[in-house]
Design a protein around this ligand. Structure first.
Ligand SMILES: [Zn+2]
Length: 409
C-alpha cells in the first residue's frame, strides 16, 4: 500500500496543506524520517534520488486527520455501567484493535478523553514503541467527576477502583486525582462537570462540580503541563469552564450568549461540539433516559453551535467514538458539521489545524503537518469520505500513505 518507511517523496499530488488555502496541483512532498522536509511545485524540482518515490497521479493529499474526542476502549456499549463490567485486560486489547482501525481510516492523531486504569497511555506507549499499529494518541486517564456525577455509574453501596470514573469530592481530592494521573503519564485531564445523557444519576442540565473544584483542577493540571478537556452540557457548566480556562469544552450543549462571547475571546479555549454524540444516540441508543434527554437537547445543542460559529469560537472536531457509531467512522463528524452549515474546508480545518492547536495547546508545538495521507488505489475508503469528494478531485479516495507522525521538538 505504501512505501513502508518513514521517508518518501510524493510527486504529482493535488495538495491541500491544511492552512486554509485551496488545494494546489502538481506538488512535490518530501518526507524524511516521518517529517515533511519540503513542499514545492513538481516543475523544476526533481524528486530527491535517495527517497522512494510515490506518484500520486494527481490525487488528493492532505494532512492526516485529528480527532479531539475518542474513547479507545469503547465499542458500541449500551451504558456506562456496561463499560465498567469488562476486565481491564479485555479493554486493553479492544483499545489496541480500535486504534489500528482508526488509523486505517486516515486519522493519524486522536485524543482519548476517558479510559479505565491507564489503558489510553499504555496503548499510546505501545504504538510509540512499535508493538501495535495506531495513530498518535494523546491520553487521558479515567474521567474525573463528583460522586454521582458525569461518568459515575457505580451504585452507592459498591466501590470500583478501576471505573471509567474517578470520583472526587472537594478541592483536596481534585488535586490528588490530577496528581495521580500526572504520575501515570497522561497528556490531558478529562473532567466531567455536568451530567451526560447516559449518566445514571445526573442530567445534562445539572452541574455536579463546584467552581472551586474546577479551578483547582485546572490549576493543578497546569502545574504538570497537562491540557484539560471539560465535559460541559449545562449553561452553568459552560460558564464555569470558560472562566476556569479549560483547554476544550466538550459538547457545549447549552451556552448563553455571554459565555459564547467569552469563549470567542479566550485565546486558548476551544469548543469540541461532538455532533456524533447527538445522532449516534438518536440513531442507535436503547437507553430511554439518554434518548429522551437527547431529543430535548438536539435543537438546543445545534443552536449553541450555530451561535458559537457565528461569534468566531475556535471549533475543533471530535467524534466521541466508539460511542455507538463504530470506531473508524470518525469522519461522520465532518459530514455532520457540513450539515450544520460548515463549508467542507471549514470542517477539514476543524479536524486538522484547529484540532492540532486544541490538542497541544501551549504544551507541545505539534508538527502535525508532518502527517499526511493520500488518495490512491489500495485500501478500502472511509465510508464517509464521499461527502468530501469534491475535495478529492473526484478520484478514488483511499489511503496509501500514512507515515508515522512525529511531534515537533
Ligand atoms: Zn466522550
Amino acid at each position: 500500500m505504501m512505501p513502508n518507511g518513514r521517508s518518501l517523496a510524493v510527486i504529482n499530488a493535488l495538495l491541500w496543506d491544511g492552512t486554509g488555502r485551496d488545494p494546489e496541483a502538481r506538488r512535490l512532498i518530501e518526507v524524511r524520517e516521518g517529517r515533511i522536509a519540503r513542499i514545492g511545485p513538481l516543475e523544476g524540482s526533481a524528486p530527491p534520488r535517495d527517497l522512494p518515490v510515490l506518484d500520486a497521479d494527481g490525487r488528493f493529499v492532505m494532512p492526516g486527520l485529528l480527532d479531539c474526542h475518542v474513547h479507545l476502549i469503547y465499542c458500541r456499549f449500551g451504558s456506562l455501567s456496561e463499560i465498567d463490567q469488562w476486565p481491564l485486560e479485555y479493554h486493553t486489547l479492544r483499545a489496541a484493535e480500535n486504534a489500528a482501525t482508526i488509523l486505517s481510516y486516515g486519522y493519524t492523531t486522536v485524543r482519548d478523553v476517558g479510559t479505565r486504569g491507564a489503558i489510553a497511555s499504555a496503548v499510546r506507549d505501545a504504538i510509540d514503541h512499535g508493538l501495535v499499529t495506531g495513530p498518535r494518541v494523546l491520553a487521558s486517564g479515567p474521567i474525573i467527576c463528583s460522586e454521582g456525577g458525569h461518568a459515575d455509574s457505580t451504585p452507592p453501596w459498591m466501590r470500583n477502583e478501576v471505573s471509567l470514573a474517578v470520583t472526587v469530592n472537594g478541592v483536596d481530592e481534585v488535586r490528588k486525582a490530577v496528581r495521580t494521573q500526572a504520575k501515570q503519564g497522561v497528556d490531558n485531564i478529562k473532567v466531567g462537570i455536568t451530567g451526560a445523557e447516559a449518566s445514571p444519576y445526573v442530567t445534562t442540565e445539572q452541574t455536579a462540580f463546584s467552581p472551586e473544584e474546577l479551578n483547582a483542577l485546572v490549576d493543578e493540571a497546569r502545574r504538570f503541563g497537562k491540557t484539560v478537556a471539560c465535559h460541559a452540557q449545562s449553561y452553568l457548566g459552560a460558564r464555569m469552564a470558560v472562566a476556569a480556562g479549560v483547554t476544550t469544552i466538550e459538547h457545549g450543549t447549552r451556552m448563553d450568549d455571554e459565555t459564547i462571547a467569552r469563549l470567542a475571546a479566550a485565546e486558548d479555549t476551544y469548543l469540541v461540539p461532538t455532533l456524533c454524540t447527538i445522532y449516534s444516540f438518536l440513531d442507535l441508543s436503547k437507553n430511554k433516559k439518554a434518548v429522551d434527554e437527547m431529543r430535548i437537547n438536539e435543537p438546543i445543542w445545534l443552536d449553541s453551535l450555530r451561535r458559537a460559529r457565528a461569534a468566531g469560537v475556535k471549533i475543533a472536531a471530535g467524534s466521541d467514538l466508539g460511542n455507538r457509531y463504530l470506531q473508524g467512522e470518525q469522519a461522520i463528524e465532518l459530514e455532520l458539521l457540513v450539515k450544520q452549515g460548515f463549508t467542507p474546508q471549514e470542517a477539514l480545518l476543524a479536524a486538522t489545524r484547529t484540532a492540532a492547536r486544541a490538542m497541544t495547546s501551549a504544551i507541545r508545538a505539534a508538527s502535525w503537518s508532518t502527517m499526511i495521507f493520500a488518495s490512491s488505489p489500495g485500501v478500502t475508503p472511509p465510508r464517509s469520505f464521499p461527502t468530501f469528494r469534491s475535495w478529492m478531485s473526484g478520484r478514488s479516495n483511499e489511503i496509501v500513505a500514512v507515515p508515522r507522525p512525529t511531534w515537533g521538538a
